[in-house]
Design a protein around this ligand. Structure first.
Ligand SMILES: Nc1ncnc2c1ncn2[C@@H]1O[C@H](COP(=O)(O)OP(=O)(O)OP(=O)(O)O)[C@@H](O)[C@H]1O
Length: 314
């Protein structure tokens, strides 16, 4: 048996997972540092949930290996379960149960649960404590699922899309809670579609696409690009044929032009006013009427776009 790894809460090594002939995870390797918040980012169908479910012990690796807190999540599941928390996308509750009963039930499964009142207060569950699960709003279900994931004081928590469906205040409260958990030494692995969530919460971001890791680093490392910046051009009529090629020719090889949809494109390259002026001139020369032309800094969304040629959020 390999020695426990003191630095990493999760080590995924060359993981391959298929559903029939469909490859969901394709030789994925990544690590999660202990005591960190790590975001796994990727478009729908990238393989995030399959990877997380394998780490949680719900699926056995078909190839490669997964270690969680130094254990094999499948064969050592009984030893691991009390030490991890899992927030599922679909809360894992039955429809008639009241929110408060569900949370008390989850607490009863643990030796030293967090105080009920504390969780109810921190996650704003007081108002819906007596509401049957099926009548909870999407955001309330999310908050209940998060409460259930952390009630057992886990060392490591997996949260799948933790703030989907939440209002802005509930999102901020959830972020604060996850930050506090990290400050207490808890390792957090989250999947998200929200760039701002990954950028503001995560110490490390793993970007995956088609079941493969395409980039990793801190949000600052990933978005750092020296003088690289982005120009987003939105037009009123679809671009003429050959537009990306002719704009690339007009701007020179230091820039990359990516068409986002028939009415918008992104230019990535040197952040100077002259690039902006050249885009504007190109529009004039090609009878393209801009609706907006914005200079911005590089975001994780742009990084994803550069790497894959597609937008992360549909
Ligand atoms: N039970 C299943 N049977 C067949 N194919 C599946 C199954 N679960 C997932 N897949 C496929 O495997 C691929 C990876 O799915 P997965 O749910 O892991 O991706 P994801 O990144 O979590 O997506 P999302 O953001 O939509 O939750 C997708 O193409 C999906 O259609």
């Amino acid at each position: 048996m390999p020695a426990p790894d003191p630095d990493h809460a999760v080590v995924v090594d060359s993981l391959e997972m298929r559903y029939g002939s469909k490859t969901a995870v394709d030789g994925l390797s990544l690590t999660v540092a202990r005591g960190s918040v790590t975001a796994v980012l990727g478009p729908n169908g990238a393989g995030k949930t399959t990877t997380l479910e394998t780490c949680e012990g719900y699926r056995r690796p078909q190839r490669g290996s997964v270690r969680v807190l130094g254990l094999d999540p499948h064969t050592d599941r009984r030893a691991l379960l009390p030490r991890i928390g899992v927030m599922l996308q679909e809360g894992g509750a039955w429809s008639g149960v009241r929110a408060e009963e569900m949370l008390r039930h989850a607490a009863s499964l643990h030796a030293d649960p967090l105080p009920h009142g504390l969780l109810v207060e921190r996650l704003g569950l007081a108002a819906c404590g007596r509401t049957p699960y099926r009548r909870l709003s999407g955001g309330q279900k999310q908050r209940l699922a998060l409460a259930m994931a952390i009630v057992g004081r886990p060392e490591l928590v997996f949260v799948d899309e933790p703030t989907a469906g939440m209002d802005p205040q509930a999102r901020r409260d959830t972020w604060d809670l996850l930050r506090e958990m990290r400050a207490d030494g808890v390792s957090v692995v989250l999947t998200t579609h929200y760039m701002d969530e990954a950028e503001s919460l995560a110490d490390t971001v793993h970007i995956i696409d088609h079941g493969r890791l395409i980039a990793s680093g801190s949000p600052v490392e990933l978005t750092r690009g020296g003088r690289v910046s982005t120009i987003r051009l939105v037009v009123t009529r679809p671009f003429p044929p050959g537009a990306p090629e002719s704009l690339t020719a007009a701007l020179g090889p230091a820039t990359t032009v990516t068409v986002l949809d028939p009415l918008s494109l992104l230019v990535t390259g040197p952040a100077d006013g002259s690039t902006l002026a050249r885009v504007s001139r190109w529009c004039e020369e090609h009878d393209v009427l801009p609706e907006s032309l914005n200079l911005g800094t590089r975001s994780l969304e742009d990084v994803f776009l550069e790497l894959t040629g597609r937008e992360l959020t549909a």
